[in-house]
Write a protein that binds this ligand. Sequence first.
Ligand SMILES: C[S@@+](CC[C@H](N)C(=O)[O-])C[C@H]1O[C@@H](n2cnc3c(N)ncnc32)[C@H](O)[C@@H]1O
Length: 329
Amino acid sequence: MANPSQQVMRLGFGFAVSQALRVVIELGIPDLLAAGEQSVEDLAAATNADAEPLYRVMRLLAPEGVFTENRPRQFALTEVGAALRSDRPGPRDFIRMINSEAYLAFEQLLHSVRTGKPAFDKVFGSPRFDWLSTHPEQAALFQRAMVALSQGSNEAVADAYDFSRYTRVVDVGGGHGQLLSAILARNPHLSGVLLDLPSGVAAARRGAGGDLPRTDFIAGDFFENVPAGDIYVIKKVIHDWNDERAGLILRRCREAMPTHGRVLVAETLVPPGDEPAQIKAIDVVMLAVTGGLERTEAQYARLFQGAGLKLERVIDTSAPISILEASPA
Ligand SMILES: C[S@@+](CC[C@H](N)C(=O)[O-])C[C@H]1O[C@@H](n2cnc3c(N)ncnc32)[C@H](O)[C@@H]1O
């Protein structure tokens, strides 16, 4: 058992593991090992890398559970490492995305803690989504990462809610469109609207998140206005924004909807106490990168109230994401 100072030092080296993961992904090592064990020399030759530093990076990741080094300098993929293969839906693009701009912003996390403002804006000179608007490659990676992050949760949200009494579903900040696609596939009576920034709409039109029949695509700004519909879904969008901005998105939905309409916010709730939960890491990423936050149920209830809405119920899904259903107050 490591002593306390060894344990905190291990925590402090988290950045090394994180960037090492990115390196093996960028080099395509998990794909090369899919067919079986290989020597680091062969891997280096195939990826145009230097064998010795590649060995050191892979040796770091092996005890973390990504590879096994069964014989000296011969690596095999574990089940965990296999989740990084490019032919599988998985966290690969998410790890690449989080270890680029977000990683650089994190160096200034202290700025966020002192000021409450996103470190990203200080480091990059503009807010995250404005910056992505002028960096199409990173915006496309961001959308792919969102697809990876959403695996299973879109189907879970679409399955957990009864859409039968509505006619038009608006996916606010729907990005790649995977949630809307799952809802429309299960509800042939519904038409859909996908609202996002141009980069999100482009990904959805390309079919990044699946088929989108009966859908209008709107490249717009949800702070300005939101198209008409009777059921609004807003998944993993409210957490990107502070209370003032998040409240404005909800108010725009309230303004556009009929009195029988509903807003469904799909988010992962922060559990109480010191229970371990990945959402607590995502919360701090939100703090530094977008200025947003992950919330408890009580915080969402207050947010709805400030936007002229009332939290009716919280519906658990089969994935680690909940649906908060709100009606006009
Ligand atoms: C964290 S992603 C969530 C995407 C999708 N709903 C999902 O669950 O994967 C946030 C989305 O909000 C979009 N977005 C950010 N600012 C926006 C704005 N002002 N108007 C419309 N969409 C915006 C982004 O382009 C992105 O697709």
